[in-house]
Ligand binder design. Structure first.
Ligand code: NAI
Length: 433
């Protein structure tokens, strides 16, 4: 379902009218998949407090360079902010430049982990979250603001490349932890998944199809899993991407065993994307609606993860990316079943992540999409759909490719220090923000 309002506000009369009426002003977002995805201007590297990060070599490799035009990206290294006094340097650094950041530009604030033994440092570092989220809500023009907590610049290279590029067009107001110092740099940053196998559940259409396509672009051999009813679409997607289709219902008791049998050489990237909604308020919700959503969105994710780990199918250094939802974080009327299932996914990720990493270098993360333009959201009644689209800092819905690019960053071999994170792809939705 096309966003006609966004098209209208892209015209001169539309811009004039909506501004006069005080209506939302969504800006068209620059995405990596579009023909001209080259950086729209230079990178500005600022510092608040005294930093020990060796950031310059990493920033030099992003392809963004210093220059005198309006910056396309600003990186503020605030890892050295240890008290309210040095917090003032955040204001001093960004206040003079924020107006000049280019449309669809990026602001990335770097923070340090909170020090449990120093409540002044913890207060000042936590303050960066409120700062980042507030700036995200006011900056406008398709610009995004995110905070990365890190201790080592090289371990955060894949994260910085993602957040500074058009790939993160719909990711704003996020706080991402990069915990670790060791990292596997890919041989080729253009095709980081070359030689790797990725399985995406529910990949016959919608977000899953975009994920499969993006992972294939990054070099992965993709396995497109979907139900028998979607077999024709699944085969079409697999053929287009040079991958294979695996037709099975993920809720089948032996789904994990069948996936393991189909992948005797192992798997590097497992994307739990298949999901359904069966909305009703709890008072009107029959047990079957509750059970089917919990079964597809949560129980099967737990079962297949367990089976693939038990079979040893997931290779060392593997990546698990599960799909949550902002409804699982904020709650949503009519979605007690769905909200429960997606919150359950977050619990799975947070519990498994530390164990998986220490055992085999496997990372486990979640993407939590907001309003994404798919068949699922096209079926929402008009007024609720329109509210969902506009109630975020970018005043528009995201596209499947936005979730796909986020998944590809988490699946990246150099993202080994990103673990146990729940990253919202929601344009900084007002829901639970
Ligand atoms: P969709 O309905 O367009 O596609 C889902 C795919 O999963 C379909 O191809 C379907 O056949 C497959 N599937 C369903 N049950 C399955 C099963 N038992 N076994 C194997 N495959 C199965 O959905 P969409 O919008 O692409 O969503 C993908 C994921 O993103 C879901 O987990 C959804 O909950 C989540 N999500 C979507 C949002 C949105 O705005 N579209 C927002 C938040 C989360």
């Amino acid at each position: 379902m096309a966003d006609r309002y966004l098209s209208f506000t892209g015209t001169a009369p539309g811009r004039f009218l909506t501004r006069r009426l005080g209506l939302p002003q969504p800006a068209p977002l620059r995405r990596f998949s579009e023909p001209d995805a080259s950086p729209a201007g230079p990178l500005l590297h600022l510092t608040a407090g005294t930093s020990g990060l060796d950031l310059a070599p990493v920033l030099a490799r992003t392809g963004l360079h210093a220059g005198s035009e309006a910056p396309a990206a600003v990186v503020l290294d605030a890892t050295g902010v240890r008290d309210v006094g040095t917090l003032g340097e955040v204001h001093a650094a960004l206040h003079p430049v924020v107006r000049s950041v280019a449309a669809s530009g990026r602001v990335v604030v770097l923070g340090a982990p909170l020090d449990p033994a120093d409540h002044h440092q913890a207060a000042a570092q936590q303050a960066l979250e409120g700062f980042t989220r507030s700036l995200g809500k006011e900056i406008g023009r398709g610009r995004t603001v995110n905070l990365v907590r890190l201790t080592d610049a090289a371990a955060a290279e894949s994260t910085l490349r993602f957040l500074l590029s058009p790939k993160s067009a719909y990711v704003s107001g996020q706080v991402i932890g990069v915990d670790g110092t060791t990292v596997t740099a890919p041989g080729d940053w253009e095709r980081p998944l070359a030689g790797r196998t990725a399985l995406v559940t529910g990949a016959a259409r919608g977000i899953g199809e975009a994920v499969a396509q993006t992972l294939a672009r990054d070099g992965a051999r993709v396995v497109v899993l979907d139900v028998p009813a979607a077999e024709a679409d699944a085969r079409r997607v697999a053929e287009r991407l040079g991958g294979t289709a695996l037709i099975l219902d993920i809720t089948a008791a032996d789904a994990g065993d069948r996936i393991a049998a189909a992948l005797p050489d192992g798997l590097d990237v497992l994307v739990h994307n298949a999901g359904i909604t069966r909305d009703r308020r709890l008072v009107n919700m029959p047990a079957e609606r509750w059970a089917s959503v919990l079964e597809v969105n949560l129980a099967s994710v737990l079962r297949t993860t367990d089976a693939l780990l038990a079979h040893g199918t997931l290779r060392p250094g593997g990546r698990i990316v599960a799909t949550a939802s902002i409804a699982g974080l904020a709650g949503n009327a009519g979605q007690t079943n769905y909200g429960a299932s997606k919150a359950g996914v977050v619990g799975l990720v947070r519990s498994l992540a530390p164990r998986a990493l220490s055992g085999h270098g496997v990372t486990v993360n979640a993407v939590a999409p907001g309003f994404i333009e798919t068949r699922m959201t096209a079926s929402i009644p008009l007024f609720i759909r329109e509210a969902g689209r506009r109630m975020n800092s970018l005043a528009q819905g995201g596209l499947p490719v936005d979730v796909a690019e986020t998944t590809a960053w988490l699946a990246h071999p150099a993202s080994g220090a990103v673990n146990g994170q729940v990253v919202r792809v929601c344009g900084q939705s007002l829901l639970g923000a």
